[in-house]
Ligand binder design. Structure first.
Ligand code: C5P
Length: 212
């Protein structure tokens, strides 16, 4: 059975770093699904279209160019906000779902991280992790990351952003951020990246052992 690891959690919970490390460790392809939503938002903004234009957003999702997911602008703070807006459009989610499922069906297995991987994209994943951390700790991490990339933003602005994004992601009607019933919660508030990786690897090993 291919190993499919589904990782969900709120903004800046550390799920991206963890997903990358697990993917490297197990030699699996990794998809940061937030980038897909960011790319849809960027396509609209670049075309001068409104983020509220649901038809244009759905079209941008259909036309998504996977070759452009390494554009550094996708990581900007504003793009995260914009992504959170377009991600509530059901047609956008449907368009990106096919794409994500194809990725997850790789015969080798895969690691995907996002908000609805364990609940919607890969409900049959071998292991599901739900990564959390306090909003203050997540804001601290995101602040450090953005300042490191040369973006100027205050801690208070980032904390407010994170709390607004959590509320929007959790309350939308299409695939809201929710922990799958069979996911394992990992709170990384007190864990650094190495400790989070060690815990997560233990969980993956345990589920693989249980599956044998
Ligand atoms: O994880 P990241 O910050 O890149 O995600 C940006 C936004 O994309 C999230 O706030 C969320 O609204 C949306 N998203 C989603 N479903 C996913 C991944 C991201 O709705 N699987």
């Amino acid at each position: 059975m291919p190993l499919v690891i589904a990782i969900d959690g709120p903004a800046a919970s550390g799920k991206g770093t963890l997903a990358k490390r697990l993917a490297d460790h197990y030699g699996l392809p990794h998809l940061d699904t937030g980038l897909l939503y960011r790319a849809v938002a960027m396509a609209l903004l670049d075309a001068g279209l409104s983020l509220e234009d649901a038809a244009a957003a759905a079209q941008a999702a259909q036309a998504l160019d996977a070759g452009k997911l390494d554009d550094p602008r996708l990581r900007d703070r504003a793009m995260g906000e914009a992504a959170s807006r377009v991600s509530s459009v059901p047609e956008v989610r449907a368009g990106l779902l096919t794409w994500q499922r194809r990725f997850a069906a790789d015969p080798q297995g895969a690691v995907l991280d996002g908000r609805d991987i364990g609940t919607v994209v890969c409900p049959g994943a071998s292991v599901k992790l739900f990564i959390t951390a306090s909003s203050e700790e997540r804001a601290r991490r995101r602040h450090r990351e953005l300042v490191g990339r040369g973006e100027s933003a205050t801690f208070a602005t980032i904390l407010a952003d994170i709390e607004a994004r959590d509320a929007r992601d959790a309350s939308r009607s299409a695939a809201p951020l929710r922990m799958a019933d069979d996911a394992i919660r990992l709170d990384t508030t007190e864990l650094d990246a190495d400790a989070a990786f060690a815990e997560a690897r233990g969980i993956v090993e345990q589920s693989r052992g249980d599956a044998d």
